[in-house]
Design a protein around this ligand. Structure first.
Ligand code: FAD
Length: 366
């Protein structure tokens, strides 16, 4: 097959991870080709809650990693040319009874051990001052200004725009069909539109990371995890900051999530699962009963078995990297930096030990 082009790095997958990595690498002066089988943000990266969520991450090293990314967000958004809504005032976590409050207090104690993380325990009055629409049963909660919300629908297009500005080539409607490995190192990528010669490949194909891995003889354990989101018609301001699964965008529309189900690669909406999380949301915010739903969508999260990212160089295949996991929005700027550092300087300041492929016994290269 004829060579389509030559690149220093080929990034596979035009989701938030692939696009951010392509942006950071091209900004560092590398010739980057990003290959996307449909179009950027085709999958989960345009169908998610937009939360930059630090305090829902466990264990502590993952909370700290998410915090580092959250702190990078203002500069990251500022470096893009588009105007993107970013609010970093917290996500309100609430308790509806004393037992839940004890769990929250315990969680706040854990969070206070994370260096630099800001977290405030709230009584019922303080919680209702932040979100007056809360149900009267709410007994308290916590909030961390390190949690936030970003306008996700504009984010990936803005990143792609900047990556192009720095010289990255975005190959949409191009599917990777093979990885060329010779003598234990990457030589190129085969696509349905020709071959790209390259010494470096980043596998950021989301739920299809395992398929790409197999092309190079590598087993990568990632399962799709299905989730729904319900979007309302614009409504007068109800949520100055989001609660755990309910957020309001500047145009007034309210977004309510979510379900977590393992049903393979199914992207469909399953109406029978909606009442479960909608009831929870209405219990917390009774006024949601007056809000009219406009749209429901579903997508699948790329989820490793321990729910932590896999950020690694593939052992045994020189030049092959993996970038996959949940919470790609939260981790976006840090992900770009980690892979740009690994690829351009051969090292990163982050301890990637907990995110290695070798933590799974299955992660072996042939
Ligand atoms: C309902 C829901 C709510 C969520 N809420 C949040 C949230 O609030 N905050 C948060 O941080 N995260 C959230 N997430 C998770 C977040 O959306 C994902 O972690 C993130 O979008 C994954 O990005 P990615 O770039 O790794 O993968 P993806 O977005 O899945 O992108 C992978 C891309 O690879 C392409 N591809 C696959 N195979 C090939 C191939 N052979 N050749 C070329 N291209 C290929 C695909 O077409 C796709 O565009 C949510 C997810 C869901 C489903």
């Amino acid at each position: 097959m004829a060579d389509l082009r030559i690149a220093d790095v080929v990034v596979i997958g035009g989701g938030i991870r692939g696009c951010t990595i392509a942006l950071f690498l091209s900004r560092a002066g590398m010739r980057v080709a990003l290959v996307e089988r449909r179009f950027p943000a085709y999958m989960a990266s345009s169908a998610n809650g937009g939360e930059v969520n630090v305090t829902d991450k466990r264990p502590a090293h993952y909370t700290a990693m998410s915090l580092q990314s959250s702190r990078m967000y203002p500069e990251f958004i500022g470096s893009l040319e588009n105007d993107i809504f970013l609010q970093q005032k917290g996500i309100l976590h609430v308790a509806l009874n004393q037992e839940e409050m004890e769990r929250l207090e315990q969680r706040v104690e854990e969070l206070r051990q994370i260096p630099g993380l800001r977290v405030h325990l709230l009584d019922a009055r303080q919680a209702k001052e932040l979100v007056p629409a809360l149900a009267p049963e709410v007994v308290g909660g916590y909030v961390s200004p390190d949690d936030g919300l970003v306008e996700v629908l504009k984010l990936v297009p803005a990143i792609v725009h900047m990556a192009r500005r720095y010289g990255a080539t975005i190959l949409s409607k191009t599917e990777v069909t093979g990885i060329v490995v010779e003598g234990g190192r990457v030589r190129g990528v085969a696509t349905d539109r020709g071959r790209i010669s390259t010494p470096t490949v980043v596998n950021a194909a989301g739920v299809r990371v395992p398929h790409i891995g197999r092309m190079a003889g590598v087993t990568i354990p990632v399962d799709p995890e299905h989730g729904h989101l319900v979007i309302s018609e614009p409504y007068p301001r109800l949520l100055p900051i989001p609660t755990e699964y309910v957020m309001q965008w500047p145009n007034g529309s309210i977004m309510i999530g979510t379900s977590n189900t393992k049903i393979g690669y199914d992207l469909g909406v399953h109406p029978e699962w909606l009442p479960v999380f909608l009831k929870d949301a209405m219990r917390l915010l009774p006024e949601l009963r007056n809000v009219k739903a406009m749209r429901v969508f579903a997508n699948i999260r790329p989820m490793p078995p321990d729910r932590l990212p896999i950020y690694d160089r593939v052992p045994g295949v020189e030049g092959l990297y993996i970038a996959v996991g949940h919470s790609g929005i939260t981790l976006a700027p840090l992900t770009g930096k980690i892979f740009a550092d690994l690829i351009t300087a051969g090292r990163t300041d982050m301890d990637l030990g907990p995110y290695s492929l070798s933590r799974f016994s299955a992660g072996t290269a042939n």
